[in-house]
Design a protein around this ligand. Structure first.
Ligand SMILES: Cc1cc2nc3c(=O)[nH]c(=O)nc-3n(C[C@H](O)[C@H](O)[C@H](O)COP(=O)(O)OP(=O)(O)OC[C@H]3O[C@@H](n4cnc5c(N)ncnc54)[C@H](O)[C@@H]3O)c2cc1C
Length: 408
């Protein structure tokens, strides 16, 4: 299944560190095989290898080439649904645990970025977000969310229209959240991979696809992989399937809340020196919202216009270019409508209960599944790595991990 179409921005930013594939290793020496070298598979591969596990990471294409290359990289502890909404859905205790875990996960990502060190393409930068109300119902929503987050002692502030205007922003009010993270997701996964290869013995194979697995009578798994027409059998105690929005059959039927949307992104040219940078990453509180951020070279990256659709056509790549630029103009003052340099469309996974899937396969405890659905997929990928670490070490998961359980 095609995950994106059009001209992506992040893979065009030259990389200083590439997670290059290793030669084919002996296939019976690993503690765990991870399928999928996107954000989800890579964070777990990085953290598990750092914790001393012998990890093989395989991808049918290459590192970061799936949805991760299309990810616009607004990393926020706040999900599409506010904590006051989750409190109604899953109860206040679980909602609190979920949000505090998300905040911790942003910290985990920032810690990883610090360990990886600075790089010219700036893989990550700590920043804040502004959730902007552009209509009256959104204003009430933001006030309720502000109160709920303040109770959790999250670093949140509420701005009035006049405060926004001083920052050359439009809107009726806005909720400021921090610390959040601006990411170049493609560079980030490459840096993680290269670092873990060099320092923690991570093995990466590109062009190797997962075919199937079965439990051995004597314990452990036989995993069938393939490179072209060549089948490769691996013996391994554990398997992590982090295959993104197009999961293999063995996984797909366990993710019944998964719904696919098509999302659209444009990226403008490098601006001239007089163009002001945005004071934060911006997103809008309304359905089918628009979001805007600066890339590290000052471009505007604008996304949104999601519509329910699980297939991409070549025409999608250029759709919504004008409307995304106009929508950004309803959030930021003085935006010039120039023709974007990059535009693309990508599949985007949502879940009916606004929660991701990640955890042990209830039918096969040697298998762990990660599918980070919703606008906060990267934060969920980091949460998944916490659960995967406990799983590898035979520890009980945190109570809130049950929110994400497979097969729900
Ligand atoms: C347009 C867009 C904007 C987004 N913006 C944000 C954002 O601002 N913030 C945020 O947090 N999230 C965002 N996301 C979500 C984020 O991109 C995803 O959560 C994240 O990329 C998911 O990572 P993943 O590793 O699960 O999937 P992927 O990156 O798709 O990785 C899965 C990998 O598995 C491999 N694979 C699949 N099947 C097999 C197989 N059988 N054998 C071997 N390999 C296989 C694929 O090749 C792929 O590389 C956005 C997504 C899109 C599409």
């Amino acid at each position: 299944m095609k995950l994106h179409t059009g001209k992506l921005y992040w893979p065009d930013v030259p990389l200083t560190r590439v997670a290059a594939p290793n030669p084919l290793p002996r296939m019976d020496q690993f503690d765990v095989i991870i399928v999928g070298a996107g954000m989800s598979g890579m964070i777990s591969a990085y953290r598990l290898s750092r914790a001393g596990h012998k990890v093989l990471l395989v991808d049918r294409q290459g590192v970061g080439t799936g949805s991760t290359a299309a990810n616009t990289g607004l990393i926020q502890y706040m999900s599409d649904a506010g904590v006051h909404e989750y409190a109604k859905q899953i109860g206040p205790t679980m909602a609190k645990a979920f949000y505090l875990w998300s905040q911790e996960a942003v910290g985990t990502l920032a810690d990883i970025a610090r360990t990886l060190g600075p790089a010219p393409e700036r893989a990550a930068q700590v920043t804040r977000s502004l959730l902007i109300a552009t209509n009256k119902p959104s204003v009430g929503y933001l006030s309720r969310e502000y109160e709920a987050q303040k109770k959790l002692k999250l670093d949140v502030a509420l701005y009035e229209k006049e405060d926004l205007s001083k920052q050359r922003l439009k809107g009726l009010s806005a909720l400021s959240t921090r610390p959040d993270l601006a990411l170049n997701p493609y560079a980030f996964v490459h840096h993680m991979g290269a670092y873990a290869q060099q320092h923690h013995g991570l093995t990466i194979l590109n062009g190797v696809r997962y075919v199937s697995h079965r439990q051995n009578k004597e314990g452990g798994l036989t995993i069938t992989l393939a490179r072209g027409k060549q089948h490769i059998k691996a013996q391994c105690p554990r398997l992590i399937l982090a295959t993104g929005y197009a999961p293999p059959k063995a996984v797909a039927h366990k993710l019944r809340h998964l719904e696919l949307y098509t999302s659209y992104v444009v990226v403008t040219d490098v601006p001239d020196v007089d163009t002001p940078t945005l004071p934060a990453m911006l997103w809008e509180k309304k359905d089918a919202y628009t979001y805007v951020r600066n890339t590290f070279d000052g471009r505007l990256m604008i996304g949104g216009r999601d519509r329910k659709s699980s297939t991409l056509t070549a025409a999608d790549a250029r759709k919504n270019r004008g409307s995304l630029l106009r929508a950004a103009g309803t959030l930021v003052e003085g935006l010039n409508e120039t023709a974007p340099t990059y535009s693309y469309a990508a599949l985007f996974g949502e879940s009916k209960d606004s929660l991701p899937y990640m955890g042990e396969d209830p039918e096969q405890p040697e298998v762990f599944i990660i599918c980070g659905l919703g606008g906060n997929g990267t934060v969920y990928s980091a949460i998944a790595s916490d659960i995967a670490l406990d799983w590898m070490q035979g520890k009980n998961p945190r109570k809130a991990a049950q929110l994400f359980r497979i097969g729900r």
